[in-house]
Design a protein around this ligand. Sequence first.
Ligand SMILES: NC(=O)c1ccc[n+]([C@@H]2O[C@H](COP(=O)([O-])OP(=O)(O)OC[C@H]3O[C@@H](n4cnc5c(N)ncnc54)[C@H](O)[C@@H]3O)[C@@H](O)[C@H]2O)c1
Length: 383
Amino acid sequence: MERRTIKIAMNGVTGRMGYRQHLVRSLLALRQQGGLDLGDGTVLWPEPVLVGRREAALRDIAGRHGLEHVSTDLAAVLADPEVEVYFDAQVTGAREAALRRALAAGKHVYCEKPTALGFAAALELARLARAAGVKHGVVQDKLFLPGLLKLRRLVEDGFFGEILSVRGEFGYWVFEGDRQPPQRPSWNYRAQEGGGIVADMFPHWDYLLHELFGRVRTVQALTRTHIGRRWDEEGRPYEATAEDAAYGIFELEGGAVAQINSSWTVRVHRDELVEFQVDGTRGSAVAGLRTCRIQHRATTPRPVWDPDVPTAEPFRAQWREVPDDGPVDNGFKAQWELFLRHVVRDEPWRWDLLAGARGVQLADLGLRSCAQGRRLTVPEVTL
Ligand SMILES: NC(=O)c1ccc[n+]([C@@H]2O[C@H](COP(=O)([O-])OP(=O)(O)OC[C@H]3O[C@@H](n4cnc5c(N)ncnc54)[C@H](O)[C@@H]3O)[C@@H](O)[C@H]2O)c1
């Protein structure tokens, strides 16, 4: 096998996503399996260049994983002709400027969502990428989760008949930080730093709804900052200026209605941290990260409302598990593999900066819908 090395600048690897999902579980996992087999006698070998602001933290990670390249000088990294791809998992507020620099340097770019703090900037990034003629991509990891892959299979098989509605429940309790340490970074709760659950989750809902059920045509959202005071990483109290819960209703092309609750202020009484119930004329499904259960029209019970009689139906037991199709890889890694194939082999790819801009648009419109107290049309995004 011939080995082709691809140097990838990775910015934000000291963060939660950058380190665990993108470096360790994706690119290092690829190296552990011997590289990415391109199927033509070539194996692609990702060579990360760890970029960031704190050299000691970068060197620590590099040392732990036997990596050679670290830098605190983004300009120098982008000027290096050997670096082909720039990847960004920094805090959201730092992304746009860095992506602009990478595009200006002619690098292929791949990044976390949301791609920018607002729709105009996100769209401009997509325009710049197209003008630069580079390959570009945005993380849409939820599409690669085993439970949602099963759900996609059901949709494509026509299991549901006409899809009527989608109910999504996402969330868990994020500790305020005074007694237990919080599980999320404090910038998530500061609007001025790109925080808020709408910017965080609506981009995910946009691509999930779009790909599985139909483009989002309208949005109506109600947001709340339920907890106004939290404690940061150093134990200092701060005012939460960004919403920590969003209650959204989305009308989809094709007629289905999706209703999704997103909350960092809810305690879990579900099987998974995210669950979607899909109801159709011929059947229903409940899908989470890993599992997916179905109930067919023919096996649907016939409940009759009678408050005087205890419920006789074991409703939960009446659903059947959709079997696994085989082992499923980490979703972030699966998407990285497709992106790298797109870069070096020009294989098809649709999760680009324009798709990323669509997610940012939905977040912007969700917040505006709440501010204005009305339902808003979501225009189709084109360049
Ligand atoms: N795809 C997903 O499921 C998913 C999940 C969580 C977060 N994200 C996205 O990933 C990105 C990173 O989120 P995270 O939870 O890893 O955040 P984090 O706070 O854990 O990490 C942020 C990274 O950005 C760096 N950084 C650069 N400039 C900074 C600045 N001015 N202030 C603070 N840090 C700075 C930090 O050093 C760190 O490496 C965000 O854009 C977020 O929306 C995606």
